[in-house]
Design a protein around this ligand. Structure first.
Ligand code: F6R
Length: 673
């Protein structure tokens, strides 16, 4: 419903693209952005906007009786744009009869029918569902022999030129800044040709190909020159994984190392971003340097920070202290004034007063009592002191998120005598290697032999291990698949149980395996939750009536599982918000497996001693199936325990750099209000 409402707002406000660009030019002159950008609350809204621009271009050309030449991209980002174009075709009569398309790239070598070919991608997401003429579709040929490639590429270039050039080019951006398969270092003069695919790009594609070794090492790609010669360019980027590279492409001087930054020299380029991919831009990190934030910006969608609220003052002072490499209490009036923060003195009279305010705000987030300190004045503490012993419910999207992200806090909650429950929202079964299951079968086989009396057990192990082997080799025995999946779930369940037990949570009744159905649909289909998912969460909350809930607020996991788990929790909380126990329940969000809170976001900081760090590490080790190379590591080569330790240590270092006490590690939590 919210999305529908927002879509209507977008329709109203952004009907004129020209207005939007004009506004961008204004904002570009304020911030240090070198290319116009448009930021949307959510990728689906950005997608509606981009699809509308594409549709307008097609219609304009139709009216003139001309062909419309589109340059198209593949990857995860344009999928929602293509589905909106399909909707426009089916529901609003948008015709593709006058459209000719050129795709940016294709793997080489690859069969057209291979499910990972860009050819197959384009047909399944767009071409099969609209009325485009099949001979108006051009995609580089991944089946061409080495000898033919050069000739084919020149033909491709000539065809584009012959048709008068590309009217509108859609682009995604790789984490390394590539556009098409123009990897870092590509020459600006490059045209369509065979290219080597860089390691990070292959790594990012490895899940789809079922392992890095299966990802082609080469591709055929339009060149940077081909792209710069198009008449209009729209680059899209969604999600926090793209934030770093977007900052480089948008704010740094153009350079070959970030191919997308070369678009700065194109006269008609627009970057369409969602809030997460735009989050590292200076307009969000330190807008006060560029603009008077006490005034409302002209563009409501520019989403810069508005007004010197306490929250914004805290954010700005932390930024200033880290920038100046001075602890907060050492900041001077001059530091504030020179960095666009003089406006704060209308609220707090001086740097002295501001420093103390912010220092105390931060000091008050630190506590060794995550469940509240019994029998104390809790006015300036993050958690209520009453009741002294709380019912705590920890939601963990995968079976190891609890210990990775809040293992130290989990430990303290148990040590301090709270009634801790853990709910594992999904089975996490897809993240177990097939080989690992076979190893476990082998182990069981040996155990059965030792116990040799139980020959039926031995027989059934042999029978099912054969079935599973067949499935792994041929991928056809459905029963084999189901058993494999169930065994993977049970491996993860028992690992989670071992980790809980290690931390002192022995009561089996306090450990809940929700197996939310959205997860069982498979990696590629997990797009939303259903009422069953929500009601599983709701029922558990109602049953336990917790005083505290902990849940994952980390939205950067590669398959969006955390996002969907959090969505289910928010909906459940919303449904229950009028119940009296719920009104008193505090909800704390953790991060850690994929990302970490920024210091200004942390409302409760739980310090850890060196010994607690080791204990947490051992609890994470209990998840053996995720050690020594997880199936889905995302784009971070470190093991989960290493990420957690480095992130917790960094949070502690940031606190001490700001002038607060020096701890070995800190786990941070944000309060959901
Ligand atoms: C696709 C392409 C690539 C992608 C880029 C981003 O045709 O050439 O440059 O646009 O790798 O991919 P996603 O959208 O999957 O993040």
């Amino acid at each position: 419903k919210e999305l529908e409402k927002l879509k209507i707002i977008i329709e109203k406000n952004l009907n004129s693209k020209l207005d939007n660009i004009k506004r961008n030019v204004y904002e570009q002159s304020v911030f240090k952005e070198r290319v116009p950008i448009s930021i949307f609350e959510h990728p689906s809204l950005g997608s509606v906007f981009v699809a509308r621009i594409i549709a307008d271009t097609i219609i304009k050309k139709q009216k003139l009786g001309e062909k419309c030449i589109l340059g198209l991209a593949t990857g995860s980002s344009p999928i929602s744009i293509y589905s909106e174009l399909v909707r426009l075709h089916k529901e609003e009569g948008l015709s593709f009869q006058n459209v000719i398309t050129f795709n940016l790239d294709e793997y080489w070598p690859i069969d057209k029918e291979s499910r990972n070919s860009y050819h197959a991608f384009m047909f399944s997401h767009l071409f099969n569902h609209v009325d485009i003429k099949k001979n108006n579709i051009y995609i580089p040929d991944g089946t061409a022999s080495s000898k033919m490639i050069e000739q084919n590429c020149l033909k491709y270039e000539n065809k584009i030129r012959e048709l008068g050039g590309i009217d509108l080019q859609l682009l995604g951006i790789g984490r390394n800044g590539h556009i098409g398969f123009n990897e870092p270092g590509t020459l600006k003069s490059s045209i369509t040709r065979k290219v080597k695919i860089e390691y990070t790009t292959r790594f990012d594609a490895s899940e789809e190909f079922g392992g890095l070794n299966n990802v082609p090492k080469e591709a055929i790609s339009m060149g940077t020159r081909t792209i710069l010669d198009t008449k209009e360019i729209i680059l899209i980027a969604w999600g926090s994984n793209k934030a770093k590279i977007i900052k480089k492409a948008v704010e740094e001087k153009k350079n070959d190392v970030v191919p997308a930054s070369l678009l700065q020299e194109h006269k008609n380029t627009l970057f369409v971003l969602d809030k997460e991919s735009a989050a590292s831009l200076d307009r969000f990190i330190c807008p006060w340097v560029y603009t008077d934030i006490s005034k409302k910006p002209k563009n409501p969608l520019s989403s810069t920070i508005i007004g010197w609220s306490n929250k914004n003052i805290k954010k700005a002072v932390i930024w200033l202290s880290l920038k100046m490499k001075k602890s907060i209490l050492l900041l001077t009036d001059e530091d504030y004034n020179e960095n666009g923060m003089g406006g704060i003195f209308e609220k707090f009279k001086s740097s002295y007063e501001t420093n103390i305010e912010v220092f105390n705000m931060l000091q008050n987030t630190i506590t060794g009592w995550p469940g509240g300190k019994p029998n104390t004045d809790d006015k300036s503490r993050p958690e209520k002191s009453h009741p002294g012993k709380k019912r705590v419910l920890i939601f963990s999207p995968h079976p190891d998120d609890d210990v990775i992200s809040m293992g130290g806090t989990f430990d303290r909650l148990i040590q301090q005598g709270h009634d801790v429950h853990v709910a594992y929202q999904t089975s996490g079964s897809t993240a177990v290697w097939d080989d690992y299951v076979l190893e476990i079968f082998d182990l069981n086989n040996n155990i059965a032999k030792v116990l040799s009396k139980n020959s039926r057990f031995l027989e059934s192990i042999n029978k099912y291990s054969q079935k599973i082997k067949n499935y792994i080799e041929n991928k056809i025995d459905f029963e084999g698949f189901q058993i494999l999946n169930q065994i993977k779930s049970s491996i993860r369940k028992s690992e989670a149980y071992q980790a809980c037990k290690f931390l002192g949570l022995n009561k089996k009744n306090n450990i809940h395996y929700l197996e939310m159905p959205f997860y069982q649909k498979g990696v590629k289909k997990r797009t939303d939750i259903s009422s069953t998912d929500i009601s599983l969460v709701e029922k558990l909350i109602k049953k336990i009536k917790p005083h505290q809930i902990f849940a994952a607020g980390d939205l950067s996991d590669p398959h969006g599982t955390h996002r969907l788990c959090l969505r289910a929790l928010y909906r459940a909380i919303n449904n229950l918000k009028n119940l009296s126990f719920m009104k008193k329940c505090s909800v704390w969000l953790y991060k850690g497996a994929w990302n970490e809170w920024k210091i200004n976001d942390i409302d409760m900081a739980i310090p850890m001693s060196p010994d607690q760090i080791i204990k947490k590490r051992k609890a994470i080790y209990k998840h053996k199936s995720q050690k020594d190379g997880a199936v889905f590591p995302g784009n971070d080569p470190r093991e989960f325990w290493q990420r957690a330790e480095e992130r917790n240590a960094k949070t502690a270092k940031n606190y001490s750099d700001l002038g607060l006490a020096k701890y070995a590690a800190i786990e941070g939590f944000k309060k959901y209000k």
